[in-house]
Write a protein that binds this ligand. Sequence first.
Ligand code: NOJ
Ligand code: MG
Length: 533
Amino acid sequence: MAALNDPIPAGRDDWWRHAVVYQVYVRSFADSDGDGVGDLPGITSRLPHLAGLGVDALWITPFYTSPQHDHGYDVADYRDVDPLFGQLSDADDLVARAHELGLRVVVDLVPNHTSDEHEWFKAALAAGPGSPERARYLFRDSEDGNPPNNWESVFGGPAWTQVEDGQWYLHLFDSTQPDLDWRNPEVPAMFEDVLRFWLDRGVDGFRVDVAHGLFKEASLRDQVVEEGKRASSGQVNTDHSMVSLDLKDEPMWDQPEVHDVYRAWHRVLDEAGPDKMAVAEAWTQTAESMAAFVRPDELDQAFNFAWLLADWSAEAFARVITDTLAAVEPVGASPTWVLSNHDVVRHVTRYGGGEQGLARARAATLTMLALPGSSYIYQGEELGLEQVDVAPEDRQDPAYLRTGEAGRDGCRVPIPWSGAQAPYGFGPGTTQPWIPQPAEWATLTVEAQSADPSSTLSFYRDALRLRRDFAWSAGEDVELLDLGADVLAFRRGPLTAVLNCGDAPVALPEGEVLLASGPVDGKLPSDTAVWLR
Ligand code: NOJ
Ligand code: MG
């Protein structure tokens, strides 16, 4: 696909290798029909924003038929569009328009669990214990009236729910998201068909939800729980990062059998063409275990959550860079970088919020965009949006509903496009979006920021435009430079990136300043990054 401004060198199929991928959270991007919920025609109408921003691809969170208990990550029909978001022809139109604009389209695939409204689960409930219908899920008996093991849901509470006839089913997430039994051959067969279904419709790739899940240790034995630690690790936690990766014993995650699935998917993708890709959402313990998902015959990329989890310190960032490059190099995959997504606190807020949080967020972004590999950016970060403190009555995240704790609604508030009051052009008319937008967003709309060359939006546009000139040609080698303990500095081809994590300004190395994340005057101020040539 050669299109306008396409930075990918002619003849290369692996477009993802140095791509910038923009994550669209479908409910909250753009609402075309005025029901307060974003939808596929809304995304299509705003694709020019993404093309103008300078990204290479978009990843769209699940828009399939779903009762929306986990906002689409509870899929009732993998081969149809939920009426809330449109219809299949809207998905086709979106893909076609994106391709016209030179944007690839990555869709979300949710293989670990279905919705409890999926026809398979309804059949399982109807058919009863011991039936082949139940054998597609993880139904178990328990002797003593307690759940069959001690596993906890990632969203809090037990990972088991009992049905009327006394059996229990496993759900590592919400009780409306029963886990599939991937040892049952019907399950992989179904998902290969789903992959083909969307490949036939022209999508360019898949984001694989809970890619480290799927298989559980066959015994479903108890997890050995260290004191004070959660029984089930997952991405939703109540601390700032919302991530807990400090558990040692994980019989529910990262089992070796899962890799056979990805080998099979690799073949399915290959059959569809050399330019099809898949990226894993795998919250694994180490950079090495992450790299296993991107061996040459498996998936193409995996999100690098270590980057998002790193503290604000030059040393922490340097360590993640070194570990990441060392892990992916032997398998030949391209590294990835991410600072925000729909499951974690927005990075402006993680870095302290306000002016300092924004300065750090911009600096971390500029640093990320200098690195080899792909960067994944989350809708609204190009506007410098902060996490919103959503009122308890407006919260919808099942993680909040199950625990009464923070949850993820605050990073999912609909995007402000234009105008001086909510819904800020998110939808037509004055219909308010499904989560209220804060009054402060009046100055942060796409419209307001487009007119201001010093806005965060203009900064992202500048960075992405410049990046196109070196993303593919600057090579994959990163040489870390020693400019003092508070400074992360590295050279990649002709480019030098410098990030000052300390409190005092530091001297800049020689070179022409291409772009800075904030004002630079001779020296590099704290919380600022710069690209030099
Ligand atoms: C990861 C997704 O990003 C998250 O939003 C979802 O709740 C879980 N997987 C379960 O599907
Ligand atoms: Mg709508």
